[in-house]
Design a binder for this molecule. Sequence first.
Ligand code: GLV
Length: 339
Amino acid sequence: MFGRPLSCCLTTLCWMAYGQRGKEEDRVSGAPKILIYSQTAADEYAGMVRAAGFPAVAAATPAEALVHISEAEILFGWRIPSELWRHAENLRWIQAAGAGVDDLLANPEIRPDVQITRVVDQFGGPIAEYVFTYLLHLLKPVERLRAQQRRHEWRPLPARDLVGLRMGVAGTGSIGRELIRRARAFEMSVIGLNHSGAEVPGVERVYRYDEWPQFVADLDVLVLTLPLTPATRHVVSEPILATMKDGAILVNVGRGALVDTKALLRHLQRGRLTAVLDVFEEEPLPADHPFWNLDNVWVTPHLSGPSQPRRVAEYFLANLRRYLAGQPLLGVVDRDRGY
Ligand code: GLV
C-alpha cells in the first residue's frame, strides 16, 4: 500500500525538491510521470496540478492518452478508456476523480499491484440536495401551483409532508450518512442497510445485505447510494420490487445496475411505484427507452454528485504528496470488497 521501493523514494526526494524549486527544472530525471485523463476537464486538472509544482500531461481522448500511458506511473482521471491498460506497464497508482470505481474493478487488465484510490467525502452534500429536491417536488404541488399562477388562479391545493415518512437508505457510507442527517432534520423515520449491519448514527435500525425483503417492506422512500459490486448487482430485483409498498418512491443515485431495470420498468408501467433515476444500466439512457415517457419516472443525466474540479484536484494533490512521502493514501479501494 505504501507504494514505492527505495529507488522510487530517492526519486521522490528529487521530486519533492522539484515541487519546491518550480517549473524551470521540468526535466527532473526519473520523476514519476503523471497522466491526467478526463474527457471534460483534463486541461483544468492539469493546470491545477502543474500550478502546485508537479509536471503532468493531460489527455482528453483515448488517442492522446495512448501516447503517454506506457510511461505513466500515476494516472489521475475519470471514465478511463479500457484500451489503455494493456500498455500501462509502468503504472503503480490510479486516482479516480470520482467516488465509484466499478468500471475500473470490472477490468481484469489492471494489474493487481496497481493501487486504486477514489474520492470520498465530497459528494454527500450535493447528492442529498438532489434527493430532497425531487422528494419535495413529488410531495408538494409545485408544478400545478405554478400553472395556476399563470392563470391568475387562487386555489389552495393539498400537499403531502416528509414528516413521519419512512426512508430506507441502502448504502451508509459518506453519501448515505449525509442523506440520513438531512432526513432526520425533516423528521422522517430512517432505516439503513449496509454490508454487515454495522451501526450508523441517526437511523432506527440497520439491516444487512441478506435482509433486503425486511428492509424494503414498509418504506415510503428507498434511496440507493450503494457502490456497484458483484454483491450489489441487480440487488433490487423483481421480488424486492414486488415487496415494496404501492406508491413507494425509489431514488437511485448509486449505479443503474443496482436495479433489475426490466423488472423496475414493469412495476413503473403498472403505476405501482414512482422512480427518480439519475443512473442507468446503459448511459446515456437510449433515446427510445420507455423511462423517458413515463409520468411516474424522473430521469436525470447522472448529475446528482458532480465532481468539482478544484476540490477533486486538491484531493489528488493531497494524495500525491502522501504517495511521494511513502505514506498511506486516502480513499484506498479494497478490490475484493469492490469500493
Ligand atoms: C459518480 O458517479 C461518481 O461515482 O463519482
